[in-house]
Structures are given as structure tokens and as C-alpha cells.
Design a protein around this ligand. Structure first.
Ligand code: CAA
Length: 379
């Protein structure tokens, strides 16, 4: 594996870093305190081509490699994990399923709008009683003439209420477990689709997380995505990609927490010298930096495998498992380095801690990542 980034990848990093500092950072108070969804930032990201980085140019995407996309999530998440997850969900699981599994007609109809950011995408798999056990979902889709009627509800939908299209999973053959699930592209203005309550979350305050309620929602049969009964595969294949995105988000949080703690340790003086010169803090920073570096290698290795078209199921899960744990560990250590100040909202480290936690939960909990990894190792 070549550890050098290409000139184009470095240009992407610089462009996103500048954008994050100039445009995203000033938005943090609005997202944190007012829980405002950063729609104006999405418009600016659309202008920069960030809403369709790995999507082929034939469908109005930027046609860049997967590593460039991961660089963008990493850099955005260093400033705002909220903006990082909006982009990750939109691309990995909101747009890619149509690119990979859509008919030519579906691709022409939806992908250019998603890739240019005029549409925002979302992914609706989780239900009140089916989270980790995704195959046990209860939403049904029954064909009547040229529509499918969907009934049921989805929860914890990132970009819910803001998205224009949802990739929705429903049972088309009851009692057939994962083989009875099909995927659908559902437009936001579908009759019978209602946006339910918006969650009050510990972190990611600018990201909207809602319920979706389907009451005889009428989805055109032409919006069946992939073959009938292939929905679980559509979900799993795209979650595999999504998990690298969430790993990059966690990496961004971890790196930001480390850098904040390092900078503080160089300035804050106690017992007559900078706290970074006290071995207790210096060693803590050494451990934090080592974990961040290890997470970086796992994240970019998974992205590299994806770019090479090589299998990366195990590596994607390893990257997410390790980067999410690193984000938690490093954020907690950063709060400790800041002491009492770290526990206040005056400094960003408490936000990093709150934002890090969900990386161990969504797009497959850390326990699910261990299931995926061990299955790949053993069978
Ligand atoms: N690509 C393509 N197909 C895949 C696949 C992949 N990466 N992984 C699995 N499949 C297929 C398998 O080939 C298999 O098909 P066959 O029977 O035809 O061979 C089928 O899917 C079932 O696979 P498994 O037997 O491996 O599935 P399992 O039942 O053992 O385990 C699980 C499934 C890993 C536990 C799965 O249920 C899972 O990942 N659960 C977690 C759900 C999850 O991640 N939810 C996230 C919600 S979305 C979200 O959070 C987004 C957001 O808003 C931020």
C-alpha cells in the first residue's frame, strides 16, 4: 500500500480544510446552541462538488476516487462532525445504493440531482424494534398494480425531514427473513409518508435525526431498487462503504481532540512549567497521538482497498471499530488535559466527546463490527 497521497488528494484536503475553517467553523454556535440544520453549508458544498465526490462524472458527480471522499469527511469532521455525517450519509448510503443497484432510468432520474447537491439523500433501515438485528424489520411493502404500498415506521434517520430521497427497506415477503427484504427509492413528497419526531441528541446537534412513518405510502413500482428480495444485500453492501465514512468521521473527531489538547498543554502552566512538560500529560499526549495515527492507517487502508476494487468488508469494520474507540478515548483524555476547563462549553473538547459516542453506535455498533470481523476471520 502506497502511503503517499496523490497531488489531487492533497488538493482535496487543502480545499476542504480551508472550507471547513472559513465556512463551517463560524456555523458551529448555530448548530450547537440552536440545533440549526446547516442548509447554507450544503449549498456551498454543492458548489465545490463535495456532494458527489466519488460519483461518476456520467451522473454529474465529481468522478474522484474513494480516498478523496474519505479525506473530505475526515477534514470536515475535524471541525464539525455534524457536517461530516450529513455528507457521509448523503453519499455512502443515500446516493451510492442507486449508483450500484439502480436501473439506468433510476440513475438518470436521481443520481445527478443527488451528486450535485440539489437533492439530499438519506437511508432508512432501522426501526423501533430492529436495530442491530436489521433483518427483523417489520415495515411491509405490498404491490398493488403499479405501486407498492408501504406501512411501518423507521427511527433514527439521519438527514430525516431534510432529505429529498430516502433509500427505504421493507418486507416484500413476510416470514422470509433477510431474503424477504426489498429496497425502494422513496421521494420526500410521497403520499402517506410523514416525518415523525425529531430526536434530542447528546451530540451532532446540527444533524437532523427523525422518525419516518409510512401509512399506505404509495411508492411507484419503478422505484424498487435492485431485484425483489435483494434489499438486505443493498443495505449491507452500502453500509460496508458507509462504515469507512463513519470511521473517517471518528478519525476527524479524534485528531481535533488531540490537537486541542496538545496546543493547550504547550500553553497552560502549573507547578512552574507548561503542563506538556509534566510527564503525566506528555505521556498521555503520546498515547493519544499513537492511537490517532493507528486509526488513520486503518481508515485510509480500507479506503485504498475500496479504490482498488478489492474486498474490504473486514477492513471497513476494523477501521470503524478502532477509529470510533479512538475518538472516545482521545476525547476523554483531551478533557482530562484541559481539567475543569475541559468540562465547560468554553472549549470544544466536551463537544468532541459528545460527538464521538455515536460513532460507536450508528452504521453498526462496535459489537456488530466485531461480529462482522470475527465472521470474516473464522468462516
Ligand atoms: N455486501 C453484499 N452482500 C452482503 C454484505 C456485503 N457487505 N454483507 C452481507 N451480505 C449478504 C450476505 O451475502 C448474505 O446473503 P446470502 O444469504 O445470499 O449469502 C446476507 O447479506 C446476509 O448476510 P450475513 O449472513 O452476513 O448476515 P448476518 O445475519 O449474519 O449478520 C448483521 C447481519 C451483520 C448483524 C447485520 O444485520 C448488520 O450489519 N446489522 C447492523 C445494522 C446496521 O448497521 N444498522 C445501521 C443503520 S443505518 C445508520 O446508522 C445510518 C445513519 O443514519 C447514520
Amino acid at each position: 500500500m502506497n502511503l503517499q497521497f496523490t497531488v489531487e488528494q492533497e488538493m482535496m484536503r487543502k480545499m476542504v480544510r480551508d472550507f471547513a475553517e472559513k465556512e463551517v467553523r463560524p456555523w458551529i454556535p448555530k448548530m450547537e446552541e440552536k440545533e440549526m440544520f446547516p442548509r447554507p453549508l450544503i449549498e456551498k458544498m454543492s458548489e465545490l462538488g463535495l456532494m458527489g465526490i466519488p460519483i461518476p462524472e456520467a451522473y454529474a458527480g465529481s468522478g474522484m476516487d474513494f480516498t478523496s471522499y474519505i479525506i473530505a469527511i475526515h477534514e470536515l469532521s475535524k471541525v464539525s462532525a455534524t457536517v461530516g455525517v450529513i455528507l457521509s450519509v448523503h453519499t455512502s448510503v443515500g446516493t451510492n445504493p442507486i449508483v450500484y443497484f439502480g436501473t439506468e432510468e433510476q440513475k438518470q432520474k436521481y443520481v445527478p440531482k443527488l451528486a450535485t447537491g440539489s437533492y439530499l439523500g438519506a437511508f432508512a433501515l432501522t426501526e423501533p424494534s430492529s436495530g442491530s438485528d436489521a433483518a427483523s424489520l417489520k415495515t411491509t411493502a405490498v404491490k398493488e398494480g403499479d405501486v407498492y404500498k408501504l406501512n411501518g415506521s423507521k427511527v433514527f434517520i439521519t438527514n430525516g425531514g431534510e432529505a429529498d430521497t430516502y433509500i427505504v427497506f421493507a418486507k416484500t415477503t413476510p416470514n422470509a427473513s433477510s431474503k424477504g427484504i426489498s429496497a425502494f427509492i422513496v421521494d420526500k413528497d410521497t403520499s402517506g409518508l410523514k416525518i415523525g419526531k425529531s430526536e434530542k441528541k447528546m451530540g451532532l446537534h446540527g444533524s437532523n435525526t427523525t422518525e419516518l412513518i409510512f401509512e399506505n405510502a404509495q411508492v411507484p413500482a419503478a422505484n424498487l431498487l435492485g431485484e425483489l428480495g435483494d434489499g438486505f444485500k443493498v443495505a449491507m453492501a452500502n453500509l460496508e462503504i458507509g462504515r469507512i465514512g463513519i470511521a473517517a468521521q471518528a478519525l476527524g473527531i479524534a485528531e481535533a481532540a488531540f490537537e486541542a489538547a496538545r496546543d493547550y498543554a504547550k500553553e497552560r502552566k502549573q507547578f512552574g512549567k507548561e503542563i506538556g512538560k509534566q510527564q503525566a500529560i506528555a505521556f498521555k499526549l503520546a498515547d493519544m497521538a499513537t492511537k490517532v495515527e493507528a486509526a488513520k492507517l486503518l481508515v485510509y487502508r480500507a479506503a485504498h482497498l475500496k479504490d482498488q476494487g478489492l474486498p474490504c468488508k473486514k477492513e471497513a469494520s476494523m477501521a470503524k471499530l478502532f477509529a470510533a474507540k479512538t475518538a472516545m478515548d482521545v476525547a476523554i483524555s483531551a478533557i482530562q488535559v484541559f481539567g475543569g476547563y475541559g468540562y465547560t462549553k468554553e472549549y470544544p473538547v466536551e463537544r468532541y466527546f459528545r460527538d464521538a459516542k455515536v460513532c460507536e453506535i450508528y452504521e453498526g455498533t462496535s459489537e456488530i463490527q466485531r461480529m462482522v470481523i470475527s465472521k470474516q476471520l473464522l468462516f
